[in-house]
Write a protein of this length. Structure first.
Length: 97
């Protein structure tokens, strides 16, 4: 987190591209936990990459799941059913691109 010129501490936004929920969608436009990621192109150092952050602070209510098991459990707590065999890890998702 950084402190801006006006002295206000800027809250660091979550990076959806590093989240297992971003790698697994059931609905178009929503991550696997039902939140809406906002995608942008970031240009810097001669490179372009897709960055995504949750819309607003919606997903701040959950601890980011790291494993497939944590993802399925977190989704269930939000009323979303996933079969663990249908879930891609972040690494598996990256290998598909």
């Amino acid at each position: 987190m950084g402190r801006g010129e006006n002295g206000i501490v800027a809250k660091r936004r979550r990076n959806c591209t590093k989240c297992i929920a971003y790698c697994n969608h059931k609905e178009i436009g929503k991550c696997g936990l039902g939140f809406i990621p906002v995608e942008d192109l970031e240009i810097g150092s001669g490179m372009m990459r897709v960055v995504a952050h949750p819309e607003g602070d919606a997903c701040e209510i959950v601890k980011l799941p790291k494993t497939k098991e944590e993802f399925v459990e977190t989704a269930a707590g939000l009323g979303i059913k996933w079969d663990i065999g249908d879930v891609l890890s972040v690494k598996e998702f990256g290998n598909c691109l």
